[in-house]
Design a protein around this ligand. Structure first.
Ligand code: KG4
Length: 342
């Protein structure tokens, strides 16, 4: 059988990434992050598009070089079609279309959220690798999404529950911002929480039905706590920083895990995975280990490199699609919004 060699391209937000995967095994994964947004406290869409324009060719060039292959060896090109920032997506999409046409190879359009879930199938050629069995549940938590996904096959995923307002990553980032921490705040909170007492402050948890999430109330009660305490003591945040971080982190993790436990129990699923940028969080990873042991789950936690945005997850999704002749025509355009069914 001939090898299938896929170039993946990711440009949905503020990371320009390219990756080569051959027969499911990772050959390279290059990511250029954009420092330009740091001073704005969040991603500025126009600046992101411009940085993608500058980065895309060098990043693809480097990915091919590190993979040790010539462009003529590629058999398909996978690109993130959405959801994401439209201007950013257009850069990756246009590049992928042009490159695929020039090489006369098929194009594969990839849903970014589906790719986060399928990141679990990237092989790095190690002996102790485990991959989830279908069906499995995936807690997909990123800066823009918090979802519980029932994964029945690579191309059959159902969103069982999702946030009705803010995403978990957004809650981390916004709480970090009001404490004066730099963007993105999630990793900062994670780091500072290591030294803190997670029971120092308590916050109300949302009472909502089904498998849905809500984080906007938590964000507001965090803001009010800070406002009230700062009135009494202007140094309140600095003096309690690690306790605040540990407490808000523990609350977000418990909200995420309680709905996941409910879904796993009611749907009778034992294989449970986590994906997306927030899955880098150490407390969430620990909660997965603990609940997995207690409840008899087989758990799947991705390597750090595949938690935040990366093109390896786009390439592996393209690899699955290639095997099923699930190609895309050059007329397909990017989309910015989330779809319920992947
Ligand atoms: O998946 P991702 O890279 O981008 C998209 O949103 O698509 O996720 C980024 C989010 C940000 O909100 C960031 O603060 C959060 O993931 N994040 C973390 C950690 N690392 C990244 N949140 C909590 N703890 C972390 N260690």
């Amino acid at each position: 059988m001939n090898s299938i060699t896929i170039l993946g391209i990711e440009s949905s937000c503020d990371d320009t990434s390219a990756s080569v995967i051959r027969d499911g095994v990772l050959l390279s994964n290059v990511i250029a992050s954009q420092a330009v947004h740091a001073s704005f406290g969040g991603v500025v869409p126009e600046l992101a598009s411009r940085a993608h324009q500058l980065n895309i060719i060098p990043v693809v060039h480097e990915a091919l070089k590190r993979a040790g292959i010539e462009k003529s060896e590629l058999t398909g090109i996978a690109f993130t079609r959405g959801p994401g920032l439209l201007g950013s997506l257009l850069v990756g999409t246009s590049f992928a279309k042009g490159f695929a046409q020039a090489l006369n190879i098929p194009l594969l359009d990839v849903n970014h959220l589906q790719a986060h879930v399928l990141a679990h199938f990237i092989s790095e050629g190690k002996l102790d690798e485990r991959q989830p069995e279908f069906p499995f549940l995936c807690l997909l938590v990123s800066g823009g999404n918090s979802q519980i996904v029932l994964v029945k096959a690579y191309d059959d995923m159902e969103v069982m529950g999702q946030t009705i307002d803010d995403a978990a990553g957004e809650a981390f980032d916004k709480c970090a911002k009001v404490m004066g921490l730099p963007y993105p705040g999630g990793p900062q909170i994670d780091r500072l929480a290591q030294e803190g007492n997670s029971k120092a402050f308590t916050f109300n948890k949302p009472q909502i039905h089904d498998y849905n999430y809500s984080f906007s109330g938590l964000k507001t009660s965090f803001l009010y706590l800070l406002r009230n305490r700062v009135k009494e003591n202007p140094n309140f945040v600095a003096e309690n920083l690690s306790d605040l971080c540990a407490s808000i982190q523990a609350t977000v993790v418990e909200i995420l895990m309680s709905k996941l436990r409910k879904a796993a129990l009611e749907l009778n699923i034992r294989h449970v995975a986590v994906a997306g940028g927030v899955s880098a969080n150490s407390s969430l990873r620990q909660a997965f280990q603990d609940d997995g042991k207690k409840l008899g789950w087989e758990i799947y936690i991705p390597p750090f490199a595949f938690t935040t945005d990366n093109a390896a997850m786009i390439a592996i999704t393209g690899y699955f699609k290639y095997q099923h002749n699930d190609f895309c025509s050059v007329e397909k355009v990017p989309f910015s919004r989330v779809k319920n069914k992947f």
